[in-house]
Design a protein around this ligand. Sequence first.
Ligand SMILES: [Zn+2]
Length: 112
Amino acid sequence: MPNGSGRPSGGAPSGGPARRPSGPGGRPQRPAGRFAGRRNFSRRRVCRYCAEPKLSIDYKDAKALRPFLSERGKIVPRRLSGACAKHQRQISTAVKRARVLAIIPFSTVSLD
Ligand SMILES: [Zn+2]
C-alpha cells in the first residue's frame, strides 16, 4: 500500500473558498449532470394548476391528464411536468384512478 497512513496535504486544489451552494435562495444547486441542458420540454416554471385555480384535476378527463403521461403511458416526473408537489400527487392519483377505469391505458406498446 503506497498510501497507508497520513493524508497527503495539498491534494485538493487550494486557492479559493470551498465550493458551497449557498445562494440567497437557499436552493441547493444541482450539479450539471445527466440532465444538463434542458430537453425538449417547455420550461414551465409554474404549476399550471397553481396558475389557474379554476382548473381542477379530473380523473375522468383523459385529455387533461395527457400532458402528464409519457408516450408509454407512464406518469411524467415532476421535474418534467412542471407540476408542484401537491398537484403532482393529485395528478398521479387521478392517473391511477383513470387507469383503473380504463380511461387511460396502463401502458402502451408501440409497434415500431
Ligand atoms: Zn400546483
